[in-house]
Design a binder for this molecule. Structure first.
Ligand code: AMP
Length: 417
């Protein structure tokens, strides 16, 4: 199939051509005709599959065909709600690219920054609004946004939305949307909680699904280094000696872990930056931009912050730890080798994570290639259940000791004053 077969408007086909897309991706091939016919759609797909164009192109097509409400101001006719700021910005950028020739305006709003600029852009009039839930409700509450003209509603990354605790915000939002609308609902996974939520939003939806897991396995070379916990840092330096790795996205489970990796890299004069939830929005955008501009070689991210990051031509992803949920691994490595590009994923595994690596291999139905003969092989054995329990107990004892000492110190300071 080629894009011309999808019966999109001339202006949209021209914009798609400018993006150098030749053939529609699987989700686009399946979802675009259904959305053009006016159906509600329940889509199982994640970022990296071409999902944004799958909903943005047919929505723009509808908006272009309908008469724009131009008496006075442009009204919000399509609303896309997505959980993270990074994703919101990228979706809005895509709308701008695809609407290059049909003058359909969009803007993006998200929290963590002052609202003034966003309000000004809204007041200028937009057809498409891309938003994160908190700021959206906030600006509705302040009277800057009305959803009464919304005819197209997209709820994106629904599973992540629930993970991040947005369920109440979504429910509030649904009350404010017109009943007559076309709704599109996307999620990477479809457990019952998500299906229940979709039932409150969609009417007789058509289902479409693409399975990232197999796509991932086809386009990404995956390798794993088994090592000891204490050797991870040196192993990372060793891996980064490879000059072919001009840029790499490194995943860390925790925010502190991400900061620690950046500190260690900086000590070795390796340009790096971290993005995670404790960083302000301008800091996160700056870090992402310097990575995109190739000023920074290593970008270290936590899972939530990295969700939705779209970096053109990202070839390398590194897991500094092995996630305990195998799906997270698939999400992580899906950041590279997107839309058919080649990608390489490198994982560093300490003894305690060996079991997680096994779970991942089960999910992706393939063995991850082990790198043998490296300078930091795994020599320690993973703890058995009894040792693990003893180690947890010792950790708790130390924690309690620490807090007891701190309390004692505080009390003695208070007495002195
Ligand atoms: P998404 O899943 O929407 O985040 O898209 C992932 C990446 O694929 C983005 O960089 C898009 O620009 C790109 N993309 C989307 N559709 C196509 C296509 N049909 N051909 C090539 N690249 C595409």
């Amino acid at each position: 199939m080629i894009f011309e077969d999808l019966k999109l408007s001339h202006a949209l086909l021209k914009a798609v051509k400018d993006q150098k897309y030749t053939t529609p991706t699987s989700i686009q091939e399946k979802a675009i005709p259904l959305i053009l016919q006016g159906n509600d759609v329940l889509g199982t797909a994640q970022t990296g599959t071409g999902k944004t164009a799958a909903f943005a192109l047919p929505i723009l097509h509808h908006l272009e065909k309908e008469k724009s409400n131009n008496n006075g101001k442009t009204k919000i006719r399509a609303l896309v709600v997505t959980p993270t700021r990074e994703l919101a910005i990228q979706i809005a950028e895509n709308f701008t690219d695809y609407a290059k020739y049909n003058n359909i305006k969009n803007t993006v709003i998200f929290g963590g920054v002052k609202q003034m600029k966003q309000v000004k852009r809204l007041q200028a009039g937009v057809d498409v609004l891309v938003a994160t839930p908190g700021r959206l409700l906030d600006l509705i509450g302040q009277g800057y946004i009305s959803l009464k003209d919304v005819g197209y509603f997209v709820l994106d990354e629904a599973d992540r939305m629930l993970d991040m605790g947005f369920i109440h915000d979504i429910k509030k939002l649904l009350e404010k949307l017109p009943k007559e609308r076309q709704s599109l609902f996307f999620s990477a996974t479809m457990p019952n909680s998500i299906l229940n939520l979709s039932n409150t939003i969609l009417r007789n939806p058509k289902k479409v699904a693409v399975h990232q897991v197999s796509t991932t396995a086809e386009t990404i070379q995956q390798c794993i280094y088994y090592t000891n916990k204490s050797d991870k840092k040196d192993l990372l330096f060793h891996i980064l000696k490879d000059k072919n790795i001009t840029q790499i996205l490194v995943f860390s489970r925790t925010k502190h872990g991400a900061d620690r990796i950046v500190r260690n890299l900086k000590k070795k004069n390796i340009e790096s930056a971290a993005i995670h939830g404790d960083k302000s929005q301008p800091q996160r955008q700056k870090a992402l931009q310097s990575f995109k501009n190739s000023e920074v070689r290593v970008l270290v991210a936590t899972d939530i912050a990295a969700r939705g990051i779209d970096i053109d031509k990202l070839s390398y992803v590194l897991n500094y730890d092995i996630p305990n949920e195998p799906e997270t691994y698939v999400h992580r490595i899906g950041r590279c080798g997107r839309a058919g590009e080649e990608g390489i994923s490198i994982s560093i595994c300490e003894p305690e994570e060996n079991v997680y690596a096994k779970d991942i291999e089960k999910l992706i139905k393939q063995k991850i290639t082990e790198v043998k003969g490296h300078p930091f092989p795994q020599t320690e054995k993973p703890m058995n259940a009894k040792e693990k329990k003893a180690s947890e107990k010792e950790k708790n004892r130390k924690k309690q000791e620490f807090f007891a000492n701190r309390k004692k110190k505080k009390n003695s300071n208070n007495r002195r004053w």
